[in-house]
Design a protein around this ligand. Sequence first.
Ligand code: DGY
Length: 324
Amino acid sequence: MTRPKVYVTRAIPEEGIELLEKHCDVEVNREDRPLTREELLKNVRGRDGVVSLLTDRIDSEVYETARGIRGFANYAVGFDNIDVGEATRRKIPVSNTPGVLTDATAEMAWALLFSVSRRVVESDRLIRSGNWKGWGPLQFIGGDVAGKTLGIVGAGRIGTAMALKSKGFAMKVIYSDEFTNATIEEELGARRVPLSELLGESDFISIHVPLMAETRHLFNADIFTKMKRTAYLINTSRGPVVNEAELVEALKNRVIAGAGLDVYEFEPEIAAGLADLDNVVITPHTASATVSSRTNMALKAAENLLAMLKGERPPDCLNPEIYD
Ligand code: DGY
């Protein structure tokens, strides 16, 4: 029996590749960079399945080129890079990797929250510069965390984990979401509030919504003016949820106190002026970059793709209706 031909658009942890190799002929882009559009199109042609990354735009042109493909397994929980509607119309299954990066992402949101409010990176920079003159009573005074109000925007898996991790800091938790979240309401006494109320009450706002038409630029100049001047914004979701140029202005003019960002509107570019600001901590989209998360993402992507290749519904199918 011929083995399915699989392409992996960039090296992912070997555990996932080894699992695929047990059943398929696998080719991997071993160059440590995203494929160009031309390379992507060339390499999906004639494959039975593809493991794609969030940096690959998977759209009708790709589906057209990859005629006969049996599925795309995205190595990410976010899937705004994939035209799922078009895949569904063409009856091509697509999957993501939910669940295995929840804690890692929430932990990074907390790392950013502490780093920006307690000015960790600024402090580190001063010592490394050789200009630190010793302890000072007015040095690096930052925002308090314990007892403050944490506003969660999007209380899905990661938003829930972010909220639950506030327990040790006796924070008041409020959240905005389409749905009631019984877990954080019962465990933390969290309250679901309209976004307008969350903006005015929160000392820290952590964004955990997916990128969709409705959430693009959800945070913009107008919204920043509705936040407390002492509040911090944390974003580990997707960059375009925040209007980054307007955030730079808000941070420069101290409309808000600071921001911790792991994601950017036009990755890998960042907005002009962002890197010059001291009241922002920026990390390179690494919220899920822990050993277990990345390994399990690779295994999950492989398991999903293997199911698709067998004609079975993958465990994390984004368009299950194609199997009806
Ligand atoms: C995701 O999974 O969507 C993250 O952004 C990358 O791990």
